[in-house]
Write a protein that binds this ligand. Structure first.
Ligand SMILES: [Fe+2]
Length: 366
């Protein structure tokens, strides 16, 4: 894959026409998240597109990327057949862009053929990602994630990594404090998980540590009193966390979170944060010394045992309920379902497995 171009300056959306022109595409699909479709800077950038570029715009309102929506959009867009996809939004819009990039070039698709696809045999359509939340990491990863009913699927191909990312902090200015918190916690968990993941290597750890150095000190200030500088740091931190998990994948905190999101509507990053808090004391003692030091250093401590407390404080500081109890989601049925529905393959990337009774006790936390 060619190196991703990452443009990280407030107001960078104005460069979109030049970035698009460099692709020499005649037909361009532009996907928006609802909240930014009326941004004047985006409207201006689209008005300034070269006249030779035909474009179609779609507002993506799906709560999570899903198979049903993909099949509908495939039908709508197959005849237009874009040569370039611009995805402006959070994780759902970026994943929608990746799914269309992967499947639109195919002659035909149906539910079964999509579910059976785990890698690509046809060149996907190039993607320009313009993240409007700082956290999903989707702008840096080769994964296209979607749900079918309540099951999560993930397609992987290096060619699905967006070729250009325009990280314009001004586009994240309308995020609510809660949205900023949720996506920031997602990125922080991705970075922590990447460090302790079985598949971690030196390069992934460099990305993950840089991500934590940007995200841990700046998330709470960005939630309380955001500035373009703070938001730029979160966007870069989230991209770096995405690069880290692009190499390592995520681990148990993500694996257990998916059921909470799909079945109980807990926002992705929030669900991951709750699972992370439950897992920290069960996991940190099993992390090898060198990697543990990277995590403790990021939390500015020498004592791994204090990280749980710092992380809980961070969740509360940014306004997120730190436990399932605080969301009234701690009934025995729900806890059992979370444990039952986890994908064992994803757990294999977690350091030395998990004692499910111990985790159950932790998930019951007040
Ligand atoms: Fe995530």
């Amino acid at each position: 894959m060619t190196e991703q171009r990452f443009i990280n300056t407030p107001g960078a959306i104005s460069q979109l026409p030049d970035v698009i022109a460099a692709f020499n595409a005649e037909r361009c699909l532009i996907l928006f998240t609802n909240s930014v479709s009326k941004f004047s800077s985006i409207e201006g950038a689209i008005r300034a597109l070269p006249g030779t570029v035909k474009h179609q715009q779609i507002v993506v309102r799906d709560r999570i990327p899903n198979l049903e929506a993909l099949l509908v959009r495939y039908k709508e867009l197959r005849s237009f057949m874009p040569q370039l996809i611009v995805a402006i939004g959070g994780g759902t819009v970026l994943d929608t862009g990746k799914l269309l990039s992967a499947f639109l070039p195919l002659e035909s698709i149906d539910r079964e053929s999509v579910l059976a696809t785990t890698s690509l045999t046809t060149d996907p359509i190039p993607i320009i990602a313009i993240p409007t939340t700082a956290g999903s990491g989707s702008d840096a990863t080769p994964f296209a994630v979607y749900y079918d009913r309540e099951t999560k699927y993930s397609l992987e191909d290096l060619r699905l990594v967006p070729q250009v990312v325009i990280a314009d902090a001004e586009l994240t200015a309308t995020l609510s404090p809660r949205q900023t918190a949720i996506s920031g916690i997602d990125a922080i968990c991705q970075a922590i998980e990447s460090i302790w993941a079985a598949r971690s290597n030196e390069e992934s750890r460099r990305y993950a540590v840089s991500a934590l150095d940007l995200l841990l000190p700046n998330l709470a200030p960005a939630v309380r009193a955001p500035t373009p500088e703070l938001r730029s740091k979160l966007l870069l931190g989230a991209n770096l966390a995405g690069r880290a998990i692009a190499i390592t994948r995520t681990t148990a905190a993500h694996a257990y979170s998916y059921c909470l999101t799909a079945a109980y509507g807990v926002a992705h990053g929030h669900a991951v944060g709750i699972c992370m808090l439950a897992l920290l004391p069960l996991t940190l003692p099993r992390v090898e010394k060198e990697r543990l030091q990277l995590i403790t250093a990021a939390f500015s401590t020498d004592e791994p045992a204090t990280i749980e407390h710092s992380f809980r404080n961070l969740l509360e500081d940014v306004g997120l309920e730190p436990t399932l109890a605080a969301l009234n989601l701690n009934s025995p049925e729900i806890l059992k379902r979370i444990l039952r529905e986890v994908d064992p393959n994803r757990l294999a990337n977690h350091p030395q497995g998990i004692d499910s009774n111990a985790l159950l006790a932790r998930l019951r936390l007040e």
